[in-house]
Every structure is written in C-alpha cells, then in structure tokens.
Design a protein around this ligand. Structure first.
Ligand code: SAH
Ligand code: TYD
Length: 409
C-alpha cells in the first residue's frame, strides 16, 4: 500500500523520485517457473519535512520479506562484519554490562553474528528474529533466539519472562521494520531505568554524499539520521546520547539511546549533530541533487556495460547483494548485459537475482570463467574482496563501481 503520510509523525509526505518497479531485494528465485509470479512494487523514497525521516512510501508486507527462506546470513556475508560486531559486543559489555547478571536483547539477531559473543561469555541474552531459517542457524550456534517479529507485545512478554534488559541491540535492523513507533514503544517497555539501546545502520548523510541509492530497497524502508532517530524514539521517552560513525556498508552511524535525561550527551553526539545540521538534510535541494546524482549514475552504468558488451568484453556481477536489485532493476540490466553474479552465500547460489533474473553462482564460477569486468555490487566490502581477488586483478580484471560517478578501477 502506498502511504501519503509519514509512518512516524503522520504528516503528509511526497516522494522526491521513483526508482521504478522493483522486486524484494532478497527474494532470489529458485527456478524460471517462479518468474511469472514474482512480486513487484514501486520503489519511491520521500523525506518527511516535519520529523526528518527518510522512508519509502510503498512497503511490501513483512511476511513477504522475512520468512523461513530469508537469504541474508550475516555471518557468511562478511568476515569483516563478523569481527566488527565482536568488537562492538566487547565494548558494550565493558561499558554497559558492569552490573550483576545483565540481560541483552537483540532484534534482527539473524544467524547470531553479534549475540554469539555474549552467549560464549555466558551472558543472559535473547535474540528476536522472525526469519525462521536464520533464527535456526543462530540456535545451532548456541544463541537463544525467539522466532518472532519484535513489537510492543513481544517486548512485554520478554520483560515478563526475563526481567528488564540492560542492553538492547538493533544493527542493520531499524531500517527493516515498518512500525518504528512500535519498536520504540517496545524498547521503552523492555529497557531497565538505565538500560541502553544500540542501533547501527547506514547513515543518511553518507548515502546522500556518495550517491548510494542502492541502499534503498524493500527491506531498507528507512535510512536513518540522528535527527530522525531522536524524533522517532523521543515519542517513547528515549533519546540519543552518544554516536559513533564507521565506514562499513558505505558509512554507518551507531546510535546509543537511553531514557530522556539519564545519560549525559557526549561531545561525539554534539559534534555529529552539528555536522548533520550542516549537511542540509532538511533542505529539499539536497534530495533533488541526490536524484540528479542517481540518474547520472544510471545513465553511465548502462552505457558503460552495453558499450563493453558491444566490444565483445565479458561482464559479471560480484556480490548478489540486496542493494544490487535496486541497481539492476532501475538500470534495466539483464543476463545479456551481466552474465552471472558470483556470491559466497549458499542460500543465494543456483538461483536467479530478483527482477533481473541474472543467474547467481558460487565463487568457483568466477574463478573458472573470469570476466573482463565485474560490477562490484558488494562495493561496501571493497577491501576484503580486493584482497581476495588479486589473481584476477593481476590478469587484468577490472572492477566497475556502480554508484556515484560509476568508476572503473
Ligand atoms: N543484525 C544483523 C542482521 C541484519 S538483517 C546484521 O547487522 O548484520 C535484518 C534482520 O532483521 C533480518 O534477519 C530480518 O529477518 C530481521 N527482522 C525484520 N523484521 C524484524 C522485526 N520486526 N523484529 C525483529 N527482527 C526483524
Ligand atoms: P551486504 O553487503 O551485507 O549486502 P546487502 O545488505 O546489500 O544484501 O552483503 C554482501 C553480499 O556479498 C553477500 O551476499 C555475500 C557477498 N560477498 C561475496 O560474494 N564475496 C565476498 O568476498 C564478500 C565480502 C561478500
């Protein structure tokens, strides 16, 4: 259903662009027999002038996206992210879990990438993860996991059974849940008086700056900023008191939230908020510029790939990311343009990419049938992948970076 009002504050909103008809980014298709019944919706982002929340106006039902065959397994997606979350768990334990018998809740806990660090230390924890297959993978890793959508009812049930949470984690998850107000209400119900929520996901400021329009897809229905997080969680009596930026996934912001007035705001928070205000995220011109950047990137990528194909060069894709669905479908690229997409995730292999129907294959194919050019859809893991593909690079293989500017490197 297409929304005419902001999902957070209910003020009227209007999309500033359309990324066209799009499938669900992680809905890989097992066989050509599935092509005819594929689900599409219009991917159109808007920015709420009232509460500053960046959102898409039409969102598929959650059960269509998060189910027993969800394709994203966080632990297999990147070793760098696995190390990043281990570090986060260590820092959060030292900073926020000093009391006796602490309790940690994580939503979008996926295959246990973060919670297993708490589980291995014997810290009480509970993951809340609606995608049954990844939840099962977490349990197999020794991570206590409830297969459920987090909402105020789940929150109250967890509190009744386990008591208040000292730490509540949501990494790369707040942009996956349509009912943000419900999550905020749930967090407020579940956290102890001094409890802390850590949320981390791609930062709106970075997305605009690097023209990473591929961060926008069905499962990424919001792109958060400090101002928007404060406005959304402020409705439930919570506020951001500390932040930290990192370069993962093209630029993420980590938000620390607590009950209003309990945790003193840090200098890092004040500085990042001042920087955010200077970015002009509240101005319509900022989003007009972003739209123009995206349109230039689309024109350049399609021209470049078709030009290379016309010259007899081979082009493959690297990383069957959810992000790639936005690019491939908006640019109208097909298996004639991009022969295959190589991906390390077993659940994505031997399938067809949503919408574009480009075959997704294991990395062995990339090794045996190396392309002249590879569109790096997993551009956010550039360093990790560049290190891994030195042999191909040495033989002249070149990357095409598909976002802003579209570079060949
Ligand atoms: N935290 C991991 C995984 C992020 S993917 C990481 O940072 O890499 C987002 C996850 O959120 C998916 O596993 C999805 O199934 C889950 N999710 C979606 N809706 C949810 C909800 N309402 N409550 C809890 N988890 C949800
Ligand atoms: P990610 O960037 O988290 O993507 P998104 O959130 O857009 O789906 O996932 C990276 C994808 O790239 C994942 O499917 C695994 C794949 N990948 C490879 O195939 N090879 C690699 O070396 C790396 C790091 C990732």
């Amino acid at each position: 259903m297409r929304h005419e009002r902001c999902r957070i504050c209910a003020q009227p909103i209007r999309p500033f662009m359309s990324l066209g008809r799009q499938p669900i980014g992680n809905a890989f298709l097992k066989s050509p027999a599935d092509f005819a019944k594929e689900y599409f919706f219009e991917l159109a982002p808007a920015h709420c002038a009232h509460c500053a929340t960046f959102q898409i106006v039409e969102i598929p039902a959650p059960e269509q996206m998060f189910h027993d065959h969800y394709a994203y397994f966080a632990t297999t997606a990147s070793t760098v992210m696995t190390a990043h979350f281990a570090r986060m768990a260590e820092e959060a334990t030292a900073r926020f879990l000093a009391g006796p018998d602490p309790f940690v809740v994580e939503i979008g806990s996926n295959d246990g990438i973060t919670l297993r660090n708490f589980a291995h230390k014997g810290i009480r924890h509970l993951g809340v993860e609606p995608s049954a297959n990844v939840a099962e993978a977490a349990r197999a890793n020794g991570v206590a996991t409830l297969t459920a959508f987090f909402n105020p009812e789940t929150a109250r049930a967890i509190r009744a059974q386990h008591g208040p949470a000292d730490l509540f984690i949501a990494t790369n998850t707040m942009h996956h849940i349509e009912d943000t107000n419900g999550v905020a209400e749930g967090v407020a119900a579940l956290l102890g008086p001094e409890g802390v929520m850590i949320s981390e996901d791609p930062y709106l400021g970075d997305m605009i700056e690097i023209g990473a329009y591929d961060q926008i897809y069905a499962e990424h229905m919001y792109i958060w900023s400090i101002t928007a997080m404060n406005n959304a969680f402020g409705r439930a009596g919570l506020e951001v008191f500390d932040v930290a930026r990192n370069r993962h996934h093209g630029g993420c912001m980590r938000y620390h939230l607590g009950r209003k007035g309990v945790h003193a705001p840090t200098d890092a928070y004040r500085e990042a908020l001042a920087h955010e205000n200077a970015l002009g995220l509240h101005r319509p011109e900022t989003f007009e510029r972003f739209r123009a950047d995206c349109e230039r990137a689309r024109a350049r990528l399609t021209e470049l790939v078709r030009d290379l194909r016309a010259k007899g060069k081979t082009v493959a894709g690297y990383g069957a990311t959810a992000k790639s669905a936005t690019i491939l479908n908006w640019c109208g690229l097909s298996p004639d343009d991009i022969a295959y997409i190589s991906d390390t995730t077993p659940a994505k292999q031997h399938s067809f990419a949503p919408g574009s129907h480009i075959p997704v294959v294991p990395p062995q194919r990339f090794a045996q049938d190396p392309p002249d050019f590879a569109v790096l859809f997993a551009w956010n893991h550039f360093a990790e992948i560049e290190a891994k593909e030195q042999a191909w690079r040495a033989k002249g293989g070149q990357w095409i970076l598909p976002i802003k500017g579209v570079q060949v490197v």
